[in-house]
Design a binder for this molecule. Structure first.
Ligand SMILES: NC(=O)c1ccc[n+]([C@@H]2O[C@H](COP(=O)([O-])OP(=O)(O)OC[C@H]3O[C@@H](n4cnc5c(N)ncnc54)[C@H](OP(=O)(O)O)[C@@H]3O)[C@@H](O)[C@H]2O)c1
Length: 267
């Protein structure tokens, strides 16, 4: 029975860093790393550069057939899924009424449906000690005007992780929600309303995907439900728990309007 790590969003950004850290041994020994994304050439690069055997799955996770393909491969290998990382994502900033509805549909599908499907289908191949990492965001901590669908989807991921961790903890499987702040990745290449994105980024600042992946894997090993990699966002999380949400959002909006988005370097 091959011990595998299954990582979505592996062709870029945080997902690729997860693959590199897993390859370096941060999640314990793995027989194979299964990597999922649409861009085949990026996945092939991982096959060439990782020491651990990498199996690429060039799939679109907004297409439900993709889940059947992964489930069939797990069954064929009788795999032992030691780690599932749901990192694939996309997001668009800007007022809800001005969003393309296709972008909303893509966010809902990729950010919510895909993790639910993959967790459900991978669970029969998990055992005591297996871990699930779901990439959420600091956007999940409270409602976010200007990022409404994305933030609500990331809240879903956060709450799903916590309830699954409680359910599955009884059989020794743990789920960790990871809440990064902004990272310099391709996520920011097509932001929709770039001014809104820059203003939000100027409030939180950036963190490195390498550090996020390392801290997330450590939190998962420890069986922690929540990983907020940066100290200032831990404080933001606590504030979001104690302040009435209207007050918290009001303060955030005041700060956002005081930003000078053009002054924010995005790359
Ligand atoms: N960057 C940030 O500021 C930030 C902050 C907080 C949370 N996050 C979250 O972190 C996670 C990783 O994002 P990132 O920053 O690493 O962004 P990224 O560099 O754009 O990576 C996104 C990954 O998702 C994959 N993906 C996108 N659409 C897909 C689809 N339809 N089917 C399959 N795979 C798809 C992409 O691969 P292909 O294009 O090859 O398919 C890529 O590997 C996301 O969940 C994001 O919401 C990001």
């Amino acid at each position: 029975m091959a011990r595998i790590a299954l990582v979505t969003g592996a062709s870029s950004g945080l997902g690729r860093e997860f693959v590199r850290r897993i390859d370096a041994g941060d999640a314990g020994p793995m027989d194979e790393i299964w990597v999922v994304a649409r861009r085949a050439e990026r996945l092939e690069a991982l096959v060439r550069t990782c020491k651990t055997p990498v199996r690429p799955f060039c799939l679109d996770l907004t297409d439900t057939v993709s889940f059947d393909i992964i489930e069939a491969a797990l069954a064929e290998e009788d795999a032992d899924v030691a780690l599932l990382v749901n990192s694939a994502g996309c997001g668009t900033f800007g007022p809800f009424a001005l969003q393309e509805n296709a972008d909303n549909a893509r966010m809902l599908s990729l950010l919510m449906r895909a993790p639910v499907e993959l967790i459900y289908r991978a669970l029969p191949f998990m055992h005591a000690g297996s871990r699930i990492i779901n990439v959420s965001s600091v956007a999940a901590f409270m409602p976010q005007p200007g990022l409404s669908v994305y933030a609500a989807a990331k809240r879903f991921v956060l709450d799903l992780s916590r309830s699954l961790d409680m359910e599955l903890g009884e059989v020794g499987i743990h789920a960790t929600a990871v809440c990064p702040k902004f990272m310099h990745t391709e996520f920011l290449d097509a932001p929709g309303d770039a001014d809104t994105m820059r203003a939000m980024a100027s409030l939180t600042g950036f963190e490195r995907p390498e550090a996020v992946a390392t801290k997330a894997l450590a939190a998962a090993r420890a069986g922690r439900q929540l990983c907020i990699p940066s100290g200032d966002m831990k404080a933001f999380y606590l504030a979001s728990k104690v302040l009435p949400y209207r007050v918290a959002i009001g303060v955030e909006q005041l700060l956002l309007h005081a930003q000078k988005p053009d002054a924010i370097p995005i790359v």
